[in-house]
Design a protein around this ligand. Structure first.
Ligand code: FAD
Length: 159
């Protein structure tokens, strides 16, 4: 469903950012479990015009959800019931002027060693302690990850 198809009262753009502790089983492998989460997310989020980015790193999930307020909140309420993670903490939930992750149908990103070097260069190493994140630093971190993903896709496409 597009943003325009939503009733006016629920159409205003919202962004919710939270972090949680991974609680993935040993089997199947964690990357397969994350892939299953991403598949379900793409399927469900498209239906309700929710976009975002899921960062999977060092035992943590950090996720941004953007879209109509009701859709974002309904999605988040479903996510926090999921046994594959625990102790979710909302960093920020508020109206947003525009989508920062519009092209990211819930793309999950795990950081490689090269990505980590970029994060170091951006002096964002502290951001990987999610309990220290605030609205600004969380958004900055996720946007940096989005930009890394953009560069990676570009270099793969031009190789
Ligand atoms: P299916 O994917 O078909 O699953 C059916 C049921 O089984 C669900 O209740 C699901 O929770 C449960 N389930 C499936 N696999 C497992 C497993 N390996 N272990 C335990 N229970 C399992 N969903 C979204 O729609 N959008 C999101 O943006 C989103 N982000 C997520 C982020 C994180 C960090 C996590 C952990 C989950 C996320 N999910 C997201 C998944 C969400 O929690 C639900 O599992 C999903 O929305 C259910 O989709 P579905 O009804 O299509 O069910």
């Amino acid at each position: 469903m597009t943003d325009e198809a939503q009733p006016q009262s629920t159409r205003s753009l919202h962004r919710l950012i939270y972090f949680s502790r991974q609680r993935l089983a040993d089997d199947p492998p964690p990357n397969e479990q994350v892939e299953a989460i991403v598949r379900a997310s793409i399927r469900n989020n498209r239906e309700v015009a929710v976009t975002g980015l899921l960062l999977v790193h060092d035992g943590w999930f950090i996720q941004a959800l953007e879209g109509p307020m009701t859709a974002v909140l309904t999605t988040y309420r479903r996510i926090i019931e999921d046994p594959r993670h625990e102790a979710p903490v909302v960093i920020n939930a508020a109206p947003a002027a525009s989508r920062e992750f519009a092209d990211w149908n819930m793309c999950a990103r795990s950081l490689s060693a090269a990505d980590e070097a970029i994060i170091d260069a951006l002096e964002m190493r502290d951001a990987f302690e999610p309990t220290r994140l605030n609205e600004r630093s969380a958004l900055r971190l996720l946007k940096a990850v989005r930009d890394i993903q953009d560069r990676t896709s570009l270099s793969a496409a031009t190789r």
